[in-house]
Design a protein around this ligand. Structure first.
Ligand SMILES: [Zn+2]
Length: 360
């Protein structure tokens, strides 16, 4: 262990003005406030950041260990052996083993947030909490999903091997994610807008769809701060892509859902954000405002790309490609065009199963 809780608290008090700087480092040792009496100190709760390497920007995903009487882990990092090694090593720095985790909380079922769920369940048999909608989503019939994705991705303008890829990606994600976060592991299906007791701490949940349709965030006050376990929201560094339901039905609601999530988040009072990517930060409202602006900008740019010539979502996505992964951009662009169409900012016609957009 690098620092005991008490040492850590001491350091934190001494270096208070430097805290922001410390928090932008690769690891957050302890974000503890400065209550001075011994009893409170004994009850102090630390939050430790655990980073896993990932192949896509920004190169990592973070999980957080809440170091309290019943250790709580928020999110479970990447899948695979080397990610497991990273988990073991990061826990060891705080004198923990995987088997010590008593509560495991999942913000949303993306592979970089649920990768180590099976290993943690096997080693620790924790209470597992997951968003309510996930169970139903994982029961989705694979053939029906494949047909729906084929229809929606065809309408978006995908064809040939790109279409095959989109279908394969959806089916593989469903099968992989449903086995990593096996519904049999889940003890508590959690709804947004409720209070949930996790070990000794009571968390307020908020449903934040858009990036992923079932996404939840968890807010709790302890050690004098209101702390948000934010998953892939309020990152402060970039806005996660609107993947919502992928190419499954519901994609046309993705942007509105994302705005709804940001509205809900904007209502919260948060002192410190523990995001899935990028550093822990204290600029919550700024992060939400940036994301709203980014969505506005997405719609404006998408609208500006339309003219009198017929364009598919794929045509528009390739125009805004840059260096980003076109597969996710096509989904986000398809959702943006659906919203523009519904709001009267674009016109569309469906011809032979392919939707073409023009300026309204
Ligand atoms: Zn995600």
């Amino acid at each position: 262990m690098l620092y005991s809780n008490i040492d850590c608290k001491f350091i934190s008090v001494l270096t208070r003005p430097l805290e922001t700087k410390l928090l932008t480092g690769r690891r957050v040792f302890c974000a503890l406030m400065s209550e001075q009496n011994a009893e409170q100190r004994a009850e102090a709760v630390g939050v430790h950041r655990i980073e896993f390497s990932v192949d896509w920007p920004p190169g990592h995903v973070a999980a957080y260990l809440v170091d309290c009487a019943e250790p709580i882990l928020f999110d479970a990092g990447m899948a695979g052996e080397s990610a497991h090694d990273e988990l073991v090593a990061a826990l060891a720095e705080h004198d923990y083993e995987v088997a010590d985790i008593e509560h495991l909380v999942v913000t949303h079922p993306h592979v970089d947030h649920i990768g180590q769920v099976p290993a943690i369940v096997e080693a620790a048999d924790p209470e597992v909490y997951a968003p309510e909608g996930v169970g139903e989503r994982f029961e989705r019939d694979v053939d029906d999903l494949a047909e729906t994705v084929e229809r929606n991705a065809t309408a978006a303008g995908l064809r040939g091997e790109y279409l095959e890829d989109a279908i394969e990606m959806s089916v593989e994600s469903l099968e992989r994610d449903g086995s990593l976060l096996d519904p049999d592991y889940v003890d508590h299906w959690v709804d947004g807008g409720t209070d949930v007791d996790i070990g000794p701490i009571s968390f307020e949940t908020t449903h934040t769809p858009g990036h992923q349709a079932d996404h939840l965030v968890f807010l709790a006050a302890f050690d004098g701060e209101r702390r948000l376990f934010a998953g892939d929201t309020a990152l402060g560094t970039f806005r996660p892509v609107a993947m919502h339901t992928g190419f499954d039905d519901g994609f046309d609601d993705a942007i509105d859902a994302y705005y709804t999530a940001l509205d809900r988040l904007g209502e919260l009072t948060v002192d410190r954000v523990y995001p899935g990517h990028g550093p822990v930060h204290t600029e919550f409202q700024e992060a939400i405002a940036d994301d709203v602006e980014s969505l506005d900008h997405l719609l404006e740019r998408t609208e500006a790309m339309l003219d009198d010539d017929d364009k598919t979502a794929v045509d528009v996505a390739f125009e805004r490609n840059g260096d980003r992964d076109i597969r996710y951009l096509v989904i986000e662009t398809t959702s943006a065009l659906a919203k523009l169409d519904r709001d009267g900012r674009a016109d569309s016609t469906l011809t032979d199963g392919v939707r073409h957009f023009t300026r309204a």
